[in-house]
Ligand binder design. Structure first.
Ligand SMILES: [Fe+2]
Ligand SMILES: [Fe+2]
Length: 431
């Protein structure tokens, strides 16, 4: 890496046509490179069989409409359509709305890729680590560019130029995935597995962050741990932002517009609160497990108290949903997924077990969950100014409790870390 033709020197103008002409995009280069490593041979890229792009296959060949390949292609086509639409529109509110839609779609799509899909590629595709690193670089570039776009005022020439650059990057990302990464995954997994991956990918995508966040790492479990609370924050931001935009333009709108606004708002609240509930359920489950494991230790009482509060937070949210007439949806699926992510720290941490480090890791996860709750209560409080169905006083109380949880968990973490290091030092002395 780092030599000519390597990712560092790539230009975002490659396409499937370029691949067909033999001027391969960087991902194709990396695939060949990985193959050469994999089989030890020296066959050049031109002598390799060209895998059929996802773009050129029927839905049946992709494993049916539920397969992750078909789902990816549908999303990519929608991105393409929206980018074309943006290009065809004159500067104005509608063009901004389309751009916002593109950003939301691209970010949730990419987050779910990084959380569910790329780990699967790394597990099952030869050279998968290298391939996914390159796509992650593209995602990072898109992330940085959109973060800059969001800070520039609409209509400025700098912003226009950056939007066009980000569209070129998104299009390249689509080509690299459809022409190189996804066909490799297709070769490695049976259709049933591709459909299971499709369900998992879609579940995460529905609750993923919808804006760029420089603090989110590109790989699990870090992306999930930080992405989940930020996702909830993004979604309420979208909901409140959209509410504002619509109320500005609703001055001349009739009753139908108001009803539609209310309906959309209710839908957004439904998604937001269900996401939030999923996070709260996962945190309560983790806290419960921690009591089971560490309840007899010196932090047992504090952990029991935290677990009790986490349970109450979950119930408070469930009540909130009930009061707003919102049905509880797939939080179990999502909670199980988050639980699996948190659980991942455990098998990996077999070495940590017994050393006390697993407690530190779990406290860190719980601290992130508390931070996520605080962000969400704060976002709901902001929404309560516009929505009288939300109980601001109750939300203030919940926010204070989440902040106290963060303080308690920080103190507990410091105490446990201090004790652990002291124990280690004593053991080192005794050795
Ligand atoms: Fe994609
Ligand atoms: Fe992507």
């Amino acid at each position: 890496m780092g030599t000519a033709g390597s990712p560092a020197g790539y230009r975002p103008h490659t396409s499937i046509a370029a691949a067909a002409r033999g001027t391969w995009p960087v991902l194709a280069w990396a695939t060949h490179h990985a193959w050469d490593h994999g089989d030890g041979g020296s066959v050049s890229g031109e002598e390799r069989p060209v895998t059929v792009s996802i773009e050129e296959q029927t839905v049946e060949q992709l494993g049916g409409p539920a397969s992750v390949l078909a789902r990816q292609r549908r999303d990519h086509a929608e991105m393409d359509r929206l980018m074309d639409r943006w290009g065809a529109l004159a500067d104005g509110e509608e063009r901004e709305r389309v751009l916002k839609e593109i950003v939301q779609l691209v970010f949730s799509h990419a987050f779910a890729e990084e959380t569910v899909l790329w780990p699967a590629v790394r597990r099952s595709v030869q050279g998968g680590d290298e391939l996914t690193s390159l796509v992650e670089e593209e995602h990072q570039e898109i992330n940085d560019l959109v973060a800059r776009i969001e800070r520039l005022s609409p209509g400025s020439s700098e912003r226009e130029e950056k939007v066009r650059r980000v569209f070129a990057l998104i299009r390249q990302d689509i080509r690299d995935e459809e022409d190189v990464v996804l066909p490799r995954l297709q070769e490695s997994l049976p259709a049933a597995q591709l459909r299971r991956l499709g369900t998992a990918w879609d579940t995460v995508r529905r609750s993923a962050p919808t804006h760029p966040h420089p603090v989110i790492p590109r790989r699990p479990p870090g992306n999930a741990l930080l992405g989940v609370p930020l996702s909830a924050y993004d979604r309420i931001r979208d909901a409140v932002g959209a509410g504002k935009a619509r109320s500005r333009s609703s001055g001349t709108a009739g009753g139908t517009g108001d009803a539609e606004t209310r309906q959309r708002r209710q839908k957004r609240l439904e998604i937001f609160l269900n996401d939030h509930l999923a996070g709260a359920a996962a945190a309560a489950e983790l806290a419960r497990r921690m009591v089971q494991e560490h309840g007899d230790g010196r932090y047992g009482d504090t952990l029991r108290d935290i677990a009790r509060q986490c349970g109450q937070d979950r119930l408070a949210l469930q009540r909130q949903l009930g009061e707003l007439g919102i049905p509880v949806k797939h939080y179990k699926v999502y909670g199980a997924w988050l639980g699996e992510k948190a659980g991942r720290l455990k098998p990996n941490g077999r070495l940590l077990r017994g050393s006390g480090l697993s407690l530190l890791v779990e406290l860190g996860v719980l601290r992130l969950a508390a931070q996520g709750k605080a962000l969400c209560w704060r976002a709901l409080l902001a929404a309560a100014r516009r929505d009288t169905r939300l109980d601001a006083a109750r939300l203030e109380e919940l926010l204070r409790r989440a902040e106290r949880q963060m303080e308690t968990l920080d103190a507990l973490h410091d105490e446990a870390a201090g004790a652990l290091l002291a124990d280690a030092a004593a053991a080192g002395h005794g050795a």
